[in-house]
Ligand binder design. Structure first.
Ligand code: THU
Length: 160
């Protein structure tokens, strides 16, 4: 038996003011997108903004459904649209902001497992890392230089 230890590398920013200017702006766009979430069941709203290499910014918010599994997270709403509209443009950065409508969320909210898998697909497709920044409504922001940091041992096309 061998043991495998997996470590990851994340950066923590104390506040929006510590972020590079472009990322601070991208987070603001994500925050505006969050206002368009349709989340009557969970009362938990998420906004995502994606910066593409061509300068375009694509946004998404979570969209729920009375048939719960039919809803979609903000991150996948945004990244699938980016893939559909600009299939050849590199995805540089994704900013995510999330929180409950019932109480203030002050801890960074990471993307769920399904969203990590979806983002991983594009990172592999473009063979370039996607930077991720995520936060609650306020407070610290966590940065990951690559989706791979958030999803070790990922399932990818090489195994098919
Ligand atoms: N949600 C997202 O939009 N992104 C995530 O990464 C986690 C969860 C949404 C899905 C659902 O509408 C609500 O948050 C509560 O799970």
């Amino acid at each position: 038996m061998k043991e495998l230890q997996i470590t990851t590398d994340l950066q923590i920013f104390e506040s929006l003011n510590e972020l590079p200017k472009t990322v601070k702006e991208l987070m603001k766009v994500a925050s505006e997108a969050r206002l368009k979430a349709y989340a009557p069941y969970s009362n938990f709203s998420v906004g995502a903004a994606i910066l593409l290499e061509n300068g375009e910014i694509i946004t998404g918010s979570n969209q729920e459904n009375a048939s719960f599994p039919s809803g979609l997270c903000a991150e996948r709403t945004a990244i699938y649209y980016a893939g559909a509209k600009f299939p050849n443009s590199i995805i540089k950065t994704m900013a995510i902001i999330a929180g409950s409508q019932n109480h203030k969320t002050i801890t960074p909210i990471p993307p769920c497992g399904a969203c990590r898998q979806a983002i991983a697909e594009y990172e592999i497709k473009q063979a370039q890392p996607i930077e991720l920044y995520f936060m609650g409504e306020e407070g610290e922001i966590i940065k990951s230089n690559s989706l791979a940091n958030l999803l070790p041992l990922l399932f990818d096309k090489n195994v098919l």
